[in-house]
Design a protein around this ligand. Structure first.
Ligand SMILES: C[S@@+](CC[C@H](N)C(=O)[O-])C[C@H]1O[C@@H](n2cnc3c(N)ncnc32)[C@H](O)[C@@H]1O
Length: 262
C-alpha cells in the first residue's frame, strides 16, 4: 500500500508541547531554554512537525529568529495549520533534512533542536539518519548547541518515562562523521519501539492518507477522518468505525508480512 513512498513521506507528524520539549532538551522549562540562547540567535528545529516549541520560545525571544524545518510542510493543509497564530520571528520551511546544506550555509545556526526525526530516518537502515546528522552538524556554528532526541531507553517495551536528548556544544573535539556515528547509535530504535514505529509508518500513515493522523483536542488524541477531512473522537461512532477499519488493515498487513517472511 505504501510502496513508492519515501521514508519521510510516511513519518507521522506530531505536536509535542513546548514545555515537554524544553524539558526533554535538558531545561526546567521554556523560559530557561529561551534564556540560554545568545542575543540575536538563529535557531533551527529540524523535524518540527506541528509542535509549538519554536512558537513558545520565539515569543519570549523577539530578538532571535527561528526556523521550523519539516518535510510535512509540503502538505498545504499541515502548513496552513501550523502557521496559524505563529509569531513573526518563526519561519516555516518545507524540505528534506538530507538537503539542509543546499538551503543553509555551513555554520549558520546558534542552536539546533530536533525531536523524533532521526528515529524515522533510521528505521530500516542507519544511513539516511547518518546523512541527516552530518547535515545538522555542518549547519551549526562552532560553539553552537545541538540537541537531538530522544535517546533510546534500551527497554523491551516503549518507555512511558521522559527521555533525554543527545546534546553537544560543537567544538574541535568532534567532526561530522564522529558526531553522526554517535547520535545515530544513541537514538536508533530497537525492539518493541522499532516495530511500533514501523507499523505506524507502514500501515497507519497510508491508511489515514496523511502523516498527521492524530491531533490532540483537549486531553484526548482525535483520529483523522479521511472521508470528512476532520478529526473525530476515538470513542465516537465514526471514531470506533475508523479504528475498526484500521485494525483490519493492520491484521491484513501482519498476515501479508508473515506469509512473505516464510
Ligand atoms: C514524530 S514528528 C516530531 C515532531 C516534533 N518534533 C515533535 O516532537 O512533536 C517527526 C517529524 O519529522 C518530519 N520528517 C521526517 N522525515 C523528514 C525529513 N527527511 N526531513 C524533514 N522532516 C522530516 C516529519 O514530517 C514529522 O513532522
Amino acid at each position: 500500500m505504501s510502496e513508492g513512498l519515501k521514508i519521510y513521506e510516511k513519518a507521522v507528524t506530531t505536536e509535542r508541547s513546548a514545555e515537554k520539549l524544553a524539558r526533554r532538551h535538558g531545561y526546567n522549562n521554556v523560559v530557561q531554554l529561551a534564556e540560554s540562547l545568545p542575543p540575536g540567535a538563529l535557531v533551527l528545529d529540524v523535524g518540527s512537525g506541528a509542535s509549538l516549541f519554536s512558537n513558545a520560545v520565539a515569543m519570549l525571544r523577539p530578538d532571535a529568529a527561528f526556523v521550523n524545518f519539516d518535510y510535512s510542510y509540503n502538505n498545504p493543509a499541515i502548513l496552513a495549520d501550523v502557521v496559524k497564530d505563529s509569531p513573526a520571528n518563526v519561519e516555516y520551511v518545507p524540505g528534506d533534512v538530507i538537503k539542509l546544506g543546499e538551503i543553509y550555509d555551513p555554520e549558520s545556526f546558534d542552536a539546533v533542536y530536533s525531536y523524533w526525526l532521526l528515529q524515522h530516518l533510521s528505521l530500516d537502515d542507519p544511513e539516511p539518519a547518518m546523512v541527516a546528522a552530518r547535515a545538522i552538524f555542518e549547519a551549526t556554528k562552532p560553539g553552537g548547541l545541538i540537541s537531538i532526541g530522544p535517546i533510546k531507553n534500551g527497554h523491551r517495551l516503549p518507555s512511558m518515562r521522559p527521555q533525554r536528548t543527545f546534546r553537544i556544544i560543537k567544538d574541535d573535539s568532534t567532526d561530522a562523521d564522529a558526531f553522526a556515528e554517535a547520535v545515530v547509535a544513541a537514538t536508533r530504535l530497537q525492539g518493541a519501539e522499532l516495530r511500533l514505529q514501523r507499523f505506524s509508518n507502514e500501515v497507519a500513515t497510508p491508511f489515514f492518507g496523511t502523516t498527521r493522523y492524530t491531533k490532540q483536542q483537549g486531553r484526548i488524541p482525535h483520529v483523522y477522518d479521511s472521508e470528512n477531512g476532520d478529526y473525530v473522537s476515538p470513542i465516537s461512532r465514526r471514531g470506533v468505525s475508523i479504528l475498526g477499519d484500521l485494525a483490519l488493515v493492520a491484521a491484513q498487513h501482519a498476515w501479508r508480512t508473515r506469509s512473505s517472511a516464510r
